[in-house]
Design a protein around this ligand. Structure first.
Ligand code: MG
Length: 253
């Protein structure tokens, strides 16, 4: 699939899809408390998405058995919602969510600390978010795709974090995953030239320890090899002639 350039009409639909997803994230965040299971969170979130007239795009995607990916602590991404997985005080909870609004997808992830967590965990969450915004500085027409990758990776490297290499960001539009792939670490080549109307999901996945990850036997859940904590932060963005627009976050501070 080639990289798609969205029309003004498509961009407006993606803005709507983004705003609705932001609302789901913000509303669901209030339910992340000790004692709730990740399956309960998934069900509450799915109901929110459907009540907005949207469809959860992760559900049944390549057979994924949930509407949200909910990953705890050393789980990096793609955690399957489960009645057996209960949120505890001190957990890092990663909620990756996406929806379809009138045929257009949005995709965003947040990492939450439940109650008190260690200073190093707090820093990991903060820096992972910062990595996104470092990359965002280069997300403008005329730059090259891998300028984003380099900036994301450079920020994580300052803290000697492990930057996940086996999973990457992606284009997004009428499909959840479109070209191009967006690595979170420096590339030898500079990548495609960014053009106005490209919509991209930029999503740093950063480990407190080493970069290596493994897949559990459920064929979905990605975990850190060394058992260290991992954080994830993602937004769907629009490339413009000027500053990029974050479609899944209105408060950019
Ligand atoms: Mg994504």
């Amino acid at each position: 699939m080639s990289v798609t350039i969205k029309t003004e009409h498509e961009i407006e639909l993606m803005r709507q899809a983004g705003r609705l997803l932001e609302k789901v994230h913000n509303d669901l965040a209030g339910y992340i408390k000790p004692g709730i299971s990740t399956r309960q969170l998934d069900k509450i979130g799915e109901e929110m998405i459907r009540s907005l007239g949207c469809v959860p795009n992760f559900l049944n995607y390549n057979g994924f058995p949930g509407s949200f990916c909910i990953s705890l602590n050393d789980e990096v991404v793609h955690g399957i919602p489960s009645d057996k997985k209960i949120i505890h005080e001190g957990d890092l909870v990663k909620i990756d969510a996406g929806l379809i609004y009138r045929g257009y997808h949005s995709d965003a992830a947040r990492t939450y600390a439940v109650g008190e967590v260690s200073e190093e965990a707090k820093q990991l969450v903060r820096v992972t978010r910062e990595c996104f915004f470092e990359g965002l500085k280069f997300a403008r027409a005329g730059n090259h795709l891998h300028d984003i990758s380099k900036a994301v990776g450079a920020h994580a490297a300052k803290y000697r974090y492990g930057i996940v290499r086996d999973l990457v960001g992606h284009g997004i539009g009428t499909h959840l995953h479109e070209d191009p792939q967006i690595p979170n670490f420096p590339q030898k080549r500079r990548g495609i030239r960014l053009l106005p109307g490209m919509t991209l999901a930029v999503e740093p996945m950063i480990n407190l320890g080493r970069a290596d990850v493994a897949w559990l036997d459920d064929d979905w859940t990605v975990v850190t090899m060394d058992g260290s904590l991992s954080a994830h932060y993602e937004n769907t963005i629009l490339i413009t002639e000027g500053d990029p627009e974050i479609l899944t976050l209105s408060d950019q501070v």
